[in-house]
Design a protein around this ligand. Structure first.
Ligand SMILES: [Zn+2]
Length: 121
């Protein structure tokens, strides 16, 4: 449900109200405690399970909405990848340069090498 709402948001639909309702309901059922760890305010789920993990993601999402940064949410350019990320620079294409970005570079290099096997690339 969350992924579908975020995908719709990236596609241009206004799902902010639905997302805020989801955040409100989920974080009420799976609340946090608060601790200062390494001089940083950290939210610690009361229970450790899948829903607690989801509520941490929703907390980050709530901060994106509150800071009006939700429009920076992007889908990874790799069509086989399902990951979403926050593009803070406006130039990022991949969820991770080490995974999808590097895979793209390797494929592009192999393609160029195949087209011109005797040339220096
Ligand atoms: Zn990716």
């Amino acid at each position: 449900m969350l992924y579908e709402k975020l995908s719709a948001l990236i596609a241009g639909e206004n799902t902010k109200i639905e997302l805020l309702n989801l955040i409100k309901i989920t974080t009420k059922v799976h609340p946090f405690s608060v601790e200062i760890i390494n001089d940083t305010l950290s939210f610690i789920p009361i229970m450790i399970d899948y829903h607690s993990f989801e509520s941490l993601i929703l907390l980050d999402l709530a901060q994106l909405i509150a800071n009006d940064d939700i429009h920076k949410l992007r889908r990874c350019t790799n069509p086989e990848c399902v990951l979403l990320f926050v593009d803070r620079t406006g130039r990022r294409k991949w969820c991770s340069m080490k995974i999808c970005g590097n895979r793209h570079k390797v494929e592009a290099f192999a393609k160029r090498k195949k087209q011109a096997p005797n040339e220096e690339i």
